[in-house]
Ligand binder design. Structure first.
Ligand code: KIV
Length: 298
């Protein structure tokens, strides 16, 4: 009998296996809901890892949630790359996707491929995401995909171009808009996207488009008829002020807890109840005496 370990043994907890694109496609085929969440640093990635999510997106929403910009437009590529590198360090199993920030892919196919390569080589992303389904986004998705980098598409509300869409509002509410979104989704799939995000579109529209899309569709404000759901980490955990969009479900109020914690610390410092003896270090009595003697000699 061989004493060699069985290297092909499947772990008892298969959910801890690294997510792959074939596995993702399989999840769609089997109708298993796909869980995606954003992360922007080591602790948020660690939370995603420990919760066993399938996909992690370093979204350009990080421009607002962690960098404090008032939209996703101003954020620089190097800023998002730094967030992606930190997130990478907290992840083992989920598949990591980097969001191409506004201005980092529109100029030319070459610019888009160069940017996508940085996400893969510098930040260890498995794929990138880009917004929009118009001619420019389609060309860039095709170019990046042809360069061997998996691309996720994103239609409906696309925050980078929200000014052109009339603000942060649901899309696809007229027949004309709905047809455009359907055509863009099909075109992104044809351009080679391995998955597509549907954001803030009517649930009925998303469900009507689904039969034409063979790649996994991840919804955010697109109803339950898609293959998976994504929420922004800070929205779902309540680490930002305000209620957020209609599609947000809040599972915690962490910002309140953060404020309460810092507030309690400030009170303790001000009334001198912190630090207590248990938070300090001690020195051996003889050492202290010797130190004091040295002090006297000086
Ligand atoms: O940047 C982001 O967080 C996103 C998700 C909402 C899909 O694009």
């Amino acid at each position: 009998m061989s004493t060699m370990p069985n290297r092909l043994a499947i772990p008892s907890d298969a959910s801890s296996l690294p997510m792959t694109l074939p596995r993702l496609a399989e999840m769609k085929r089997l109708g298993e809901p796909i869980v995606m969440v954003t992360a922007y640093d080591y602790p948020s990635a660690l939370a995603a890892e420990k919760a066993g999510v399938d996909l992690v997106l370093v979204g350009d929403s990080g421009a607002m949630t962690v960098l404090g910009y008032d939209s996703t437009v101003p954020v620089e590529l190097d800023e998002i790359l730094m967030l992606a590198k930190a997130a990478r360090r907290g992840l083992q199993s989920p598949f990591l996707i980097g969001d191409l920030p506004f201005g980092s892919y529109e100029v030319s196919d070459e610019q888009a491929v160069t940017t996508a390569l940085r996400f893969v080589k510098e930040a260890g992303c498995g794929a990138v995401k880009l917004e929009g389904g118009g001619p420019t986004s389609l060309a860039r998705a095709r170019a990046i995909s042809n360069a061997g980098i998996p691309v996720m598409g994103h239609v409906g509300l696309t925050p980078q171009t929200s000014t052109a869409l009339g603000g942060y509002r649901a899309q696809g509410k007229t027949a004309e808009q709905a047809m455009l979104i359907r055509d863009q989704a099909v075109a992104l799939q044809d351009a080679g996207c391995f998955s597509i995000v549907f954001e803030a579109i009517p649930s009925e529209l998303a469900a009507e488009i689904m039969p034409q899309i063979s790649v996994p569709v991840i919804g955010i404000g697109a109803g339950g008829g898609v293959d998976g759901q994504v929420l922004v980490f800070h929205d779902l955990l309540g680490i930002r002020e305000g209620l957020g969009a209609r599609f947000v479900k809040r599972y915690a109020n962490i910002l309140d807890e953060m404020v309460d914690g810092v507030d309690a610390f400030a009170k303790d410092v001000r009334d001198r109840s912190f630090p207590g003896p248990e938070h300090g270090y001690s020195i051996d009595h003889d050492e202290l005496t010797a130190f004091r003697g040295d002090d006297e000699r000086d």
